[in-house]
Ligand binder design. Sequence first.
Ligand code: IMP
Length: 433
Amino acid sequence: MPTLAVIGSQWGDEGKGKITDYLAEDADLVVRYQGGANAGHTIKVGEEVFALHLLPSGIIRENVISVVGNGLVIDCDELEVELEALRKTGRSGKGLRLSDRANVVMPYHRILDGAEEKARGSKTVGTTGRGIGPCYSDKIARAGIRIGDLLDEELLRDRIATIAPVKERFAESLGAELGLDQEALVAKLLSFGKKWEQYITDTSVLVNDAIKAGKKVMFEGAQGTMLDIDYGTYPYVTSSNCTSAGICTGVGVPPSAVGEVIGVTKAYTTRVGAGPFVSELTDEVGKHLQTKGGEFGTTTGRARRCGWLDLVVVRHAVRLNGMACIALTKLDVLNDLDTIKVCVAYDVDGKRVENFPSNVRHLERAKPIYEELDGWKSWEGSTAELCKRGYEALPQGMRSYIQYIERSTGVPAGIISVGKGRDETIDRRHKKW
Ligand code: IMP
């Protein structure tokens, strides 16, 4: 089965952009299946740095078809800005395909995102403010606008006329004002439809046909397992299924179409926004990881909370997603620390807990149970040269750390990443696809 899925094992920001880009070299299609412009993927190619939010990572390779699946929520203004930025780099974006069933983030979704957060008082989720939750809520409540609607004026006008008054009343109840001009909204959305007509299609048919034809298809996850609406730290999660199960409903492919699942796992842990984080470090070491790791959000610029690697989280992710291996990223950020801790279990009210709890209050009380491992020193010379020499060239302490993680999670570290560049990667898998 020539399909791969690249999924985050933690709270997002694991380095999926780099790993997807690295694997996309051989891909025919790169397909996103959930999320929206809340995501932020950073990719470094030579001296160029791309910060993508909505567009799949494949878009920077002209020969790749980049699919935005039906499971996404699309902010039209954002998408246009990203396409413009891409064109400025000399790329055409001609490989883009948008699902006609994907939902549209409407301007009022952003306003409602802010108003709902305000209404939560001290219990905010810390959303990205991109209207993601309200848009997914409307999808489930059958009050969404879909990308295909932008090609059908009568349908669009009718949908907005039905939905707008309900939204106005809801906003009022939160003390917010939408100021909806239905005519202007319809006109704006129709103009996007016209601009993007060539990209809009039934992407389920496209992807299934490609798989049948033996093309190499990569499913690109956004956010991470711990932000999954069902299996993350609910309610401090995003509003979609980031796990591999989301691929089927978010693309329109059967479970048998999902081949190897690769779990991108940062060598330590970070999260943005509110919510429990058992192995969080609020001391100098946490600050060190934040500075050295450049842990500031691609989407919002917010500083990320940092902590030791939490293996309870990673084991949860390996099981839920059926990960065949992990891609271990940012190991270089741990260089030069004397010792490194890993969280192997939680202590909840005096009980040792090995599986990730569902109850947010238990999580808030959980204390990390750590094992301490030796650190290692940085290498001399270029990281790309080191990677050319392969796994055995890595410092002994780093290899011991990797082996510890492999033993604890039960899966191999198939890809090791020790820098931002494509050539700062060691691929230990037998084949790419
Ligand atoms: P929302 O997705 O904007 O509704 O935000 C819900 C939670 O998910 C917040 O804690 C956000 O900080 C977090 N979040 C959403 N997208 C990302 C991402 O791409 N990386 C990391 N955290 C994210």
